[in-house]
Write a protein that binds this ligand. Structure first.
Ligand code: ZN
Length: 119
């Protein structure tokens, strides 16, 4: 095993949008090919269909892990909204307390002596 014609980085290969394969020119005139699915399956050998040569593709399998099956189950939770609401309600309760203080102050106006003592 391990008799590669060459080792080629994935960046040096060309992506074929129609055939869904990466390819690289083979000295026989054809080209080495490897599909994204092969890459996702940790296969790194691109073979030329016209001759027996193979190349080893240097790549990061993590870049292709998410390729073949459509299992998209990413959920983003919105955490900030409820927190903001609770903060607003707290501010409102503070305002109520302040308003209550004003009310009691107004009530105390009817008792001038008490106000004088408190002041
Ligand atoms: Zn070839």
């Amino acid at each position: 095993m391990g008799a590669y014609y060459d080792e080629v980085e994935i960046e040096d290969m060309v992506w074929d949008e129609e055939k869904r394969v990466y390819h690289y020119p083979c000295p026989c005139g054809d080209r080495f090919e490897i599909s994204r699915k092969q890459l996702a399956n940790y296969e790194d050998i691109a073979a030329c269909p016209s001759c027996s040569l193979v190349i080893r593709v240097i790549y990061d399998p993590l870049d292709f892990e998410d390729e073949p099956d459509d299992d998209e189950e990413e959920e983003e939770e919105e955490t900030s909204a409820s927190d903001a609401d609770s903060e607003i309600s707290e501010e409102e309760s503070d305002a109520d307390d302040f308003h209550d203080a004003l009310d009691s102050l107004t009530l105390s106006d009817k008792q001038p002596l008490a106000v004088a003592v408190e002041a």
